[in-house]
Write a protein that binds this ligand. Structure first.
Ligand code: NAP
Ligand code: F7E
Length: 337
């Protein structure tokens, strides 16, 4: 039986990855932070098989202890300050967590003498490209494209990416970086635009909400389904060599496209009466367009994605309608049938 240690177990990808590794019969340890983390109870309910270790990426000794306690074959570093807008408001916290936290993980592997044993996955991101050097129309960013991050988050992730590569080259750690384009789904936080939209669309459909506030609608993203992407993470650590891989769909859609598709799911063609534009949600710098080229992951790892763009939107809206109906029924005291 293999053992995995996951940081970011309470996040979107942490949930999908825990389920995937459980299906593959792994012993799973998850790092949870905070002396009273409100997500703990729900986590233990959904994933009773995950053994939780209290630690924090900001505290190197706690990460070292977590590695020592779990003795992992695979260490997935999914934890980060991951919201781009929030990173502009909390740039130092973002630096310490999203950049420094990676170093703390790598040092824990090295200092506990596990360079030969523990394979490390770093959650790198398409935000490192930044959209500005988009000069390959139709081809998309790949592993050799230039980086030009456009936010404190993107800059911090670039450090994490390079320090993982550096520990691979300097100490021989099996450290692989997945350069993942946006991936979404029913576990996505409501602070991200896709889930904010599907959550609001579901509530508008049920008469629980009248409208939603959004920032820029023109940026384009390469959106896939998170369940497909965690499979790619696992494949990276099963490969014979550590390497970097782009995971993406090869398609790009605007926020407006997502909005239109989501409202169509509830038979509304004109969403304009339901959407307010908010200046407060516009970022100091924007990533205009992201399009990824996953050819290397497809050919080397045999990775494929199963959920397409309309399938992703439908899945999220239908999930949120069912979820909100159940919550509303509970609040109204209506017994579930
Ligand atoms: P997410 O849902 O925002 O989850 C972030 C996780 O990081 C949460 O579990 C959070 O714990 C944890 N965390 C934050 N600060 C921490 C700290 N100081 N110590 C320990 N844990 C801490 O992120 P996600 O969407 O699953 O993404 C997973 C990773 O992939 C992230 O590193 C993200 O930056 C990266 N990424 C995501 C995408 C995407 O489209 N989803 C694309 C590319 C890369 P709490 O619950 O306690 O806050
Ligand atoms: O924004 C625009 C916003 O916050 C997408 C993270 O997982 O993917 C994610 O980063 C777009 C941006 O994701 C709202 O300005 C408009 O253009 O959903 P998002 P993101 O910034 O692309 C990358 C790959 C990661 O690595 C990150 O960790 O939507 N937008 N109105 C809005 N965005 C939000 N959040 N909220 C709005 O109201």
């Amino acid at each position: 039986m293999k053992t995995a240690l996951i940081t970011g177990i309470t996040g979107q990808d942490g949930g999908h990855l825990a389920a995937l590794l459980h299906d593959k019969d792994y012993e799973i340890y998850g790092i949870i932070r905070g002396q009273s983390n409100l997500k703990k109870e729900r986590l233990l309910e959904e994933f009773p098989y995950v053994k939780l270790i209290e630690a924090d990426l900001l505290d190197p000794s706690s990460i070292l202890r977590a590695v020592d306690q779990s003795d992992p074959d695979e260490f997935y570093n999914l934890a980060a300050i991951s919201h781009v807008g929030y990173s502009f408001k909390n740039p130092t916290l973002t630096l310490d967590t999203t950049a420094g936290g990676v170093l703390n993980c790598l040092e824990a592997i090295r200092m506990t003498g596990r360079v030969e044993k523990t394979r490390f996955y770093q959650a790198s991101t398409s935000e490192m490209y930044g959209g500005l050097d988009y000069n390959r129309p139709g081809l998309g960013y790949d592993e050799s494209s230039l980086f030009h991050p456009r936010s404190p988050y993107g800059v911090a992730k670039l450090y994490g990416h390079w320090i993982a590569k550096n520990y691979r080259e300097s100490y021989g750690i099996f450290a692989s970086c997945g350069i993942l384009f946006n991936h979404e789904g029913e576990r996505r936080g409501v602070e991200f635009v896709t889930r904010k939209i599907t959550h609001a669309v579901a509530r508008i459909h049920l008469g629980l909400q009248k409208s939603l506030d959004l920032g820029d609608l023109w940026p384009k993203r390469d959106w896939g389904y998170a369940g497909d992407y965690v499979r790619g993470m696992w494949l990276m650590l099963q490969h014979d060599e550590p390497d970097d891989f782009v995971l993406a769909t090869g398609e790009t859609h605007s926020i407006e496209d997502f909005l239109t598709q989501a409202f169509r799911e509830i038979a509304i063609d004109d969403w304009s009466p339901y959407v307010n534009r908010s200046q407060a949600l516009i970022r100091p710098a924007e990533v205009d367009i992201l399009l990824g080229n996953p050819a290397k992951a497809e050919s080397v790892l045999g990775w494929t994605r199963e959920v397409d763009f309309p399938g992703l939107v439908r899945r999220m809206v239908q999930h949120d309608i069912a979820d909100q109906s159940a919550r509303f029924a509970v609040r109204a005291g209506i017994p579930e049938r």
